[in-house]
Design a protein around this ligand. Structure first.
Ligand code: ADP
Ligand code: MG
Length: 706
């Protein structure tokens, strides 16, 4: 047998093998394409089905991985040779139809892609970070020379290739013209995916991969989608400033996209895990254990940790029959002095939440917290839609540090993102609604370094009241020196550092008398009671399985609390709380019941969350002057009392001012003190007016309005 014959034989065999497989498993699908082309033009082959198709199936499946382009051609050959389309004019359709493979058993991580995988078929998992508009791309360019000869050039991804001269033999023409009307185009889109947060080992930057998508796969993926992309890896030479580099960039020529389910599929719970989870749910100290498993190296802050545990379990997102949805995610804001462990808490929550993302308000990407439509080099002149943190954290927790420093655009788009949990973008050719079904844990530092209880929160952290009111809980973490507590914190911090030092030294030179048991004992105060891996599983299990219903007793307790707060209102006093607070309490109560994996929301849950909410409101909405709650402190930034005082100060300055409007501060204070305001608060409020730029002091002891 000659060499030539051997190759021929193999080709015939392959075609036969494919034909056998296709006519057994995909006959109907191929016939449909034959009938409905071009509306249906992709044959989607399940890789697993192929692999299970006897010995030949295994071989064909292996071939796809190593020689994908050869396989696509062989499949076409098989369809053609055995007339599987059952059409006489099949040739053209077979050339144009797509052969797609899905459901590959092995996935490659973006960061593990290496040069030996070039031109092989791979399966990569990630979150869609950016998409461009869908625009036509030329794939077969037809050129005409001045003599009227036509020359065809196939085009690929990237640079446009022009022939140097007319393709017709003997013709010497070099000035060729592209004939758009006779050229062939395909819809094309570029997508950028980034690694899923679960795949990252603490604190690593996610890596990205660019995907080239064409034809009927365009326009399917949206930023924030979890996808598995199957396709052929290619390299493309880098060009910097017109010079070709020896370094190549990689991109994936997309063959198929699989959309992942978003909820916790990545958390794998075994039967033993389930037993452990169910046992833990019966633990009488469950709530304490859970709160103590959040950032155990951070001392105190019990109230914040308790609230965060509710946030991790979240309320129940409800879909009503009319299509409307009620948010279940709980948003929490930590406002406080620097160095009080806000950032530490946020970082720990990312570790615990099955879909946590940590970002800073002054984030570097143009998409910021929500999303942005931009025209950048990624899109080669096309508009690009890029997902921000809240979209990438869809179905998880977005931890946003330094919220006071966020961009203006973010501040306005956060309103929709937090309440409706969608982000709408309408700019240039892009109109899109992205999902942001995540809980937000924000941290903010007061503008002037320290929290000032006489100035509204809104003003201090540079966030409009409308946005503040969307947080279910706001914690003020003030760094007030208090000797007993301070000592306890100091002891706690030193304990953590000391045992850390011990471990490090012991590693280098074993210390006598120190063994594993000793270290475990020393570590106990800073070891979480529930191990983080188990904790994540517990959360995932509860969110999957626990959908408690509110009992009458719990309902009564919640309504009673709400009406008690509302009753604080009078014509004199402003609206004490709004329906938003009631919704917040309901969500928190649902989360509280979920922690126990309970089927019902009981009175105890209601009592627990009323205590938490009450403590919070006491700090943020309690007006120390009048001794009442006043939600205006959040929503307008000033309590009624301090609004009254500010108005009075301004009035007094106007009355007492000379022709330039300048008044003496001591006279202003005296007059207001006579009206019943305390000197201390008047001074503070005048200070605040001066600092806030509403008034200025031309000379010491003088004040003038601006
Ligand atoms: P913030 O973000 O509030 O400005 P950080 O989270 O950066 O503060 O915390 C500053 C440091 O102080 C961290 O190393 C943290 O561990 C420590 N720290 C602050 N408060 C506590 C506490 N209550 N217990 C233990 N460590 C604390
Ligand atoms: Mg910080």
């Amino acid at each position: 047998m000659s060499f030539d014959e051997e190759i021929d034989l193999e080709v015939v065999d392959k075609s036969k093998e494919w034909a056998e497989f296709l006519s057994k498993k995909y006959k109907a699908e191929i016939r449909t394409i034959g009938r409905e082309f071009p509306y249906k033009r992709s044959l989607i082959i399940n890789y697993e089905t192929l692999q299970k198709f006897g010995r030949s199936g295994v071989r064909l499946a292996d071939e796809l991985i190593n020689y994908p382009n050869k396989v696509f051609a062989e499949v076409r050959d098989a369809i053609r040779a055995h007339n599987l389309l059952a059409r006489t004019d099949a040739h053209d359709i077979i050339q144009k139809m797509n052969i797609r493979f899905i459901n590959l058993p092995r996935r490659t991580l973006v960061r593990d892609i290496r040069s030996d995988q070039m031109n092989t078929f791979v399966s990569v998992e990630g979150i869609v970070r950016k998409i461009t508009e869908v625009r036509p791309r030329i794939i077969q360019a037809i050129f005409r020379c001045p003599d009227g000869h036509m020359t065809l050039r196939e085009q690929g991804y990237g640079r446009f290739i022009e022939p140097e001269r007319c393709g017709v033999a003997d013709c010497t023409q070099k000035r060729l013209e592209l004939i758009v009307l006779r050229s062939t185009f395909v819809d094309a889109q570029k997508i950028r995916i980034q690694e899923t947060p679960e795949g990252l080992r603490g604190g690593e930057q996610p890596q990205i991969l660019d995907i080239d998508v064409v034809d009927d796969l365009t326009g399917l993926a949206a930023p924030g989608d979890r996808v598995v992309i199957n396709g052929v890896l290619h390299s493309i030479q880098r060009v910097t400033g017109g010079t070709k580099s020896t370094t190549f960039d990689i991109y994936l020529e997309c063959n198929s996209i699989e959309f992942g389910e978003k909820e916790f599929e990545e958390v794998n719970i075994t039967e033993e895990d389930e037993q452990e989870i169910l046992a833990l749910s019966q633990d009488p100290n469950l709530y304490r254990k859970i709160a103590h498993s959040i950032a155990p190296t951070i001392y105190g802050n019990e109230d914040v940790k308790e609230a965060i545990s509710l946030q991790l379990f979240s309320g129940i997102a409800k879909e009503m029959p009319d299509g409307s949805t009620l948010r279940g995610d709980i948003h929490i804001l930590l406002v406080g002095d620097p160095g009080i462990a806000k950032s530490q808490l946020l970082r720990y929550v990312v570790k615990l939440s099955p879909r946590g993302i940590y970002t800073s308000g002054k984030s570097a990407t143009s998409a910021g917290l929500t999303a942005a439509a931009v025209k950048d080099e990624f899109g080669d002149g096309r508009w690009t839609l890029e997902a921000g943190a809240l979209v990438l954290a869809d179905m998880g927790v977005a931890c946003v540090d330094e919220m006071d420093k966020m961009q203006k655009e973010d501040r306005s788009s956060l309103h929709e993102a937090m309440e409706q949990q969608t982000i709408s973008i309408a700019k240039a050719g892009i109109t899109s609604t992205l999902k942001s079904r995540c809980a937000l844990l924000g941290a903010a530092n007061p503008k002037l370094g320290r929290f000032d209880e006489y100035v509204g929160i809104s003003e201090q952290i540079n966030m409009p009241p409308s946005l503040l009111s969307r947080f279910d809980l706001i914690f003020i973490m003030a760094d007030v020196p208090e000797s007993r507590r301070d000592e306890a914190i100091a002891q706690h911090i030193l304990k953590a550092h000391a045992v850390g030092e011990l471990i490090m030294q012991h590693k280098r030179n074993p210390i006598e008398g120190v063994n594993e048991e000793y270290i475990q004992r020393e570590l106990a105060p800073v070891t979480p009671e529930i191990d983080p891996v188990m904790f994540r599983k517990y959360i995932a299990y509860a969110k999957r399985n626990a959908f408690p219903i509110i009992t009458q007793e719990a309902k009564d307790a919640l309504v009673a609390y709400y009406t008690k707060l509302r009753d604080l209102a009078s014509p004199e006093k402003p609206v004490p709380v709004t329906a938003r607070q009631l919704e917040a309490i309901v969500r928190l109560a649902e989360a509280s019941a979920r922690i126990r994996l309970s089927k019902t929301i009981d009175r105890d849950d209601a009592v627990r969350v009323i205590r938490i909410v009450d403590n919070c409101l006491r700090k943020v909405a309690y007006d120390p002057k009048t001794g009442t709650f006043d939600i205006d402190k959040i929503t307008t930034g000033f309590s009624k009392h301090s609004r009254d005082l500010i108005r009075s100060i301004k009035e007094t300055v106007r009355i007492l001012g000379d022709e330039h409007g300048t008044a003496r501060v001591d006279e202003v204070i005296n007059l207001l003190a006579d009206k019943g305001f305390s000197r201390d608060t008047i001074e503070k409020q005048i200070d605040a007016l001066l600092r806030g730029g509403e008034a200025l002091s031309p000379r010491n002891g003088l004040i003038k309005l601006i």
